[in-house]
Design a protein. Structure first.
Ligand SMILES: *Cc1c(COP(=O)(O)O)cnc(C)c1O
Length: 438
């Protein structure tokens, strides 16, 4: 397969862009090789600059749930463009999207739009601290909540579960109020709560998606909700990835809990930069201009982004693809299991709704540690064979595969055929190199 133009652009990009990317995962470091440069996308497919066509299961890490360039969304964006790009004043589009979002989240009375998931989460943390007059937060090892200083601890990389910065440039002072617990382990939450009365909030991904897909047990999530409530600790549910992904609303509702503050992003912009945080009136009234917690943004609520988000959500609501997503995801997961067995490859497939993750391990994956037992060398081989077979997967073992409404029956056949070939490639690799411990 030809990747000549991608390679050329990559080398060119290195001169004035760090690693030739604007977000690290795009550099393909964890799968090796040089990254694809994309020219265009339409429906379920994405095309690189060499003219290769791929079934897209990355979907920009979630936002393109309707596939690329959905007719209705594109029409709304074009219409909005004609009125101007940004005004520094409120528009009707913001009210429309705010209503649609609040209506979909029981307990969310008000919402504030920002420009990314990172910004949504860092604002939600500030809000929790402002509202409770407490300082500490608990996060879970392996959960990612964007790149704000206080949250770059045990954020889905190979860090120890201590309050140590997960990035250079983050002072220890910035993370000293961040406590780490283990996903699916309520004792690890209780021990922090029992030793501090300065905890403002616990933040969690309701279905973890940034250590690969990991589902909380019912006991764990319900206990977490109860314990936080009992101790006047706010529960921040980071739905940046999961919001509108499994139902028209949040994953936490599906899990039978209610958030105090919800963070959103990805899908709600339909491919444009939109993040949001929302809560009941009493909490949101802490935010300026009603309250004393400051948070602002020149381009927040941008009219083009609002039009894209509104149209995406409206279309999603009408299509209601969630049942169909479950059926397709189940089918893919089952197929992965069957073919892994056929080729004698150890595989654990986690999936929830339209998010799927095969891990190259024999272990059950329930937290960051077990997720990390996956053999990433195998993922590398799997990934590149899938590329050769015309399927674009995330260039990292620990990112989910996403489904879109644009995927056709024919696409699924292509996907299955590719999976068969890629798992075969993995099995052949097993015989040629020493198997690693799992
Ligand atoms: C992607 C993501 C973020 C960060 O959002 P950005 O728009 O990349 O800043 C935060 N939390 C979760 C759960 C995410 O998946």
């Amino acid at each position: 397969m030809r990747l000549k133009k991608s390679k050329k652009l990559y080398n060119k990009g290195l001169k004035h862009m760090v690693g030739a990317v604007n977000s690290p995962v795009r550099a393909f470091q964890s799968v090796g090789g040089s990254p694809l440069f994309i020219k265009k996308a339409k429906g379920s497919h994405i095309y690189d600059v060499d003219g290769n066509k791929y079934l897209d299961l990355v979907l920009s890490y979630g936002p393109m749930i309707l596939g690329h360039r959905h007719k209705k969304v594109e029409r709304s964006i074009k219409k909005a463009l004609k009125n101007g790009y940004t005004f520094g004043a409120s528009t009707q589009g913001e009210i429309k999207l705010a209503k649609l979002v609040c209506d979909a989240f029981p307990g969310m009375d008000k919402v504030r739009f920002v420009n990314s998931g990172t910004e949504a989460v860092l604002s939600a943390i500030r809000l929790a601290r402002a509202y409770t007059n407490k300082n500490k937060i608990i996060k879970f090892s392996g959960c990612y909540h964007g790149h704000a200083d206080a949250l770059l601890v045990a954020a889905g990389s190979g860090l120890a579960t201590m309050s140590l910065p997960g990035s250079k440039g983050v002072p220890e002072d910035a993370v000293k109020n961040t406590l780490i617990s283990e996903f699916n382990n309520i004792e690890s939450v209780l021990s922090h709560i029992n030793s501090s009365n300065d905890i403002a909030a616990v933040i969690i991904e309701p279905i973890a998606g940034n250590m690969g897909v990991v589902q909380p047990s019912e006991d764990f999530i319900k206990a977490l909700r109860q314990i936080t409530k009992d101790h006047d600790i706010l529960l921040i549910v980071d739905e940046v990835m999961t919001g509108f992904r499994f139902q028209f609303g949040g994953a936490h509702e599906l899990l039978g809990i209610q958030a105090d503050i919800t963070c959103l992003g990805k899908v709600i912009g339909g491919g444009f930069p939109v993040g949001a945080y929302g809560a009941r009136n009493e909490i949101m009234e802490t935010v300026a201009p009603l309250g004393a917690m400051y948070q602002a943004g020149t381009l927040s609520g941008n009219p083009i982004a609002m039009a894209s988000g509104y149209s995406t959500l409206k279309t999603l609501k009408k299509l209601n693809p969630y049942k169909a997503f479950n059926i397709v995801a189940n089918d893919i997961a089952e197929y992965l299991n069957v073919i892994a067995k056929k080729h004698n490859v150890a595989l654990t497939v986690n999936h929830y709704g339209s998010m799927i993750n095969p891990f190259f391990t024999t272990k059950k994956v329930v937290d960051f540690k077990t997720a990390q037992s996956s053999d990433t060398e195998k993922y590398k081989v799997f990934f590149w064979e899938m590329i050769r077979q015309g399927v674009f997967l995330p260039p990292s073992q620990f990112e989910a595969w996403f489904l879109s409404t644009a995927i056709t029956t024919k696409d699924l056949e292509v996907l299955k055929n590719a999976i068969d070939k890629a798992l075969k490639a993995v099995s052949q690799m097993e015989t040629s190199s020493a198997p690693s411990a799992s």
